[in-house]
Design a protein. Structure first.
Length: 118
């Protein structure tokens, strides 16, 4: 499975942005897919994912929404009410199976940079 993320850019605080990640190779209908992010000088952290359930980190819950279109092999990250602290490189990720977490990641996409100015 190859993952490719799109949609990063420069926005202002309070704006919205939608990222997309498409998968090639096998269909990811049976995969758990989601997003991580890595801010400058910080470790990569989970944003959320979609598998048996949809799950989010506390820092984005209520502001970010993950959805997927299995027919298009695509997972989306809708980000609303963006804050400067959301600035990071965002990575899509996938693991085999219909899971409730992304503690294990089998496939990574390349990152896409999101910069939120104050």
């Amino acid at each position: 499975v190859q993952l490719q993320a799109f949609g990063g850019g420069l926005v202002q605080a309070g704006d919205s942005l939608r990222l997309a990640c498409t998968a090639s190779g096998r269909t990811f209908g049976s995969y758990t897919v989601g997003w991580f992010r890595q801010a400058p000088g910080k470790e990569r952290e989970l944003v959320g994912g979609s598998g048996r359930i949809t799950f989010y980190s506390e820092s984005v819950k209520g502001r970010f929404t993950i959805s997927r279109d299995n027919a298009k092999n695509t997972v989306y990250l809708q980000m609303n009410s963006l804050k400067p602290e959301d600035t990071a490189v965002y990575y899509c990720a996938a693991r085999g199976g219909w899971a409730t977490n992304l503690r294990t990641v089998d496939y990574w996409g390349q990152g896409t940079l999101v910069t939120v100015s104050s």
